[in-house]
Design a protein around this ligand. Structure first.
Ligand code: HEM
Length: 282
């Protein structure tokens, strides 16, 4: 019992501190990027998502929602994590590379090379977006699998059913197979990204890392079942899912930033709006 109280206390302390950091970060970014509309939108969005996670967490505790619905909290938290990665990429000034890539040059060879680099980012963007979508969907499915207690029912078929959403062992089994087979789409999207990354010689390391993490994730998933949901294994499974989402979002956000930077650098100077000045102030 004491252990549970300690875990709950640590969780609440960490979530309060993380929340404060997110608020502070949003305020700071808003302040130091007065001309970058996108940074300001993303800063506000981080506060909105943080608020939603907190409200949803509160509702979960106070209203005793059907347990599968508690996964909504986790889904919002994962969205917040991905959104913070996009904000980080934006404020790190990756758009500068996009602007540099289309900078005027007398040298036709340099210009051609720059155009090729922009094209390379364009080719990587679609598979990277597919990775983000696949990993996020898999996180939703996994969250439902766990929070509906379908996973518990699946590994303890003789135990009384845990809740009102998954009322039969067969349903629990179905949720399990959907989650497991959705993993194939994650792997497919990762190979798609890897092939393009290798071809364009861009983001090769993150795509290899993602493939390795997918292997580890599959192992942890099966090991969770074999050990009847041993705590450390299932916790690591969640952590690797978060890591995969972060890396995938990072690649997609950088590719998108470079393209956005290149596009606005190509526009005539008179058409620049305050939001597009981000290219220079990154
Ligand atoms: C890239 C692929 C995968 C991702 C991103 C992923 C993600 C997740 C997530 C986010 C959860 C919820 C964890 C939590 O709320 O603590 C989960 C649960 C689970 N996943 Fe996966 N998963 C993947 C593949 C697999 C595979 C291949 C298996 C093997 C069957 C598997 C088995 C499980 C099990 C058994 C649970 C329930 C854990 C519990 O009840 O504590 N997962 N998954």
């Amino acid at each position: 019992m004491e252990g549970i109280i300690l875990v709950e206390f640590t969780h609440r302390t960490f979530s309060t501190l993380t929340g404060l950091l997110i608020l502070l970060n949003a305020y700071w970014q808003w302040k130091v990027h007065p001309n970058d509309r996108m940074v300001r939108i993303l800063s506000v969005l981080s506060i909105v998502l943080l608020g939603s996670v907190a409200v949803m967490g509160g509702i979960n505790v106070l209203q005793k929602l059907p347990s599968g619905l508690t996964a909504i909290d986790m889904a919002l938290a994962a969205l917040l994590l991905a959104e913070l990665v996009v904000l980080m990429v934006r404020v790190n000034g990756r758009t500068e590379s996009g602007a540099e890539l289309v900078a005027e040059s007398d040298d036709a060879i340099t210009k051609g090379r720059r155009e090729q680099e922009i094209l390379a980012h364009k080719r990587v963007l679609k598979p990277a977006a597919a990775v983000v979508a696949a990993v996020y969907s898999e996180i939703l499915l996994g969250g439902f699998f766990k929070h509906s207690s379908a996973s518990y029912t699946y590994v303890h078929p003789a135990a009384p059913l845990q809740n009102e959403l998954v009322t039969r062992f067969a349903t629990a089994e179905l949720v399990m197979y959907i989650h497991m087979f959705a993993g194939f789409f994650v792997v497919l999207s990762l190979f798609w990204l890897f092939v393009h990354a290798k071809k364009q010689n861009l983001f090769v390391k993150p795509s290899v890392l993602l493939l390795i993490l997918a292997g580890i994730q599959g192992f942890l998933g099966f090991f969770s079942i074999a050990t009847k949901l041993e705590l450390l294994t299932t916790t690591a499974h969640m952590a690797v899912a978060a890591l995969m989402l972060m890396i995938g979002t990072y690649v997609a956000a950088v590719a998108q930033q470079v393209l956005a930077g290149a596009r606005s650098a190509q526009r005539p100077a008179t058409k620049f709006s305050s939001g597009q000045t981000a290219i220079s102030n990154g």
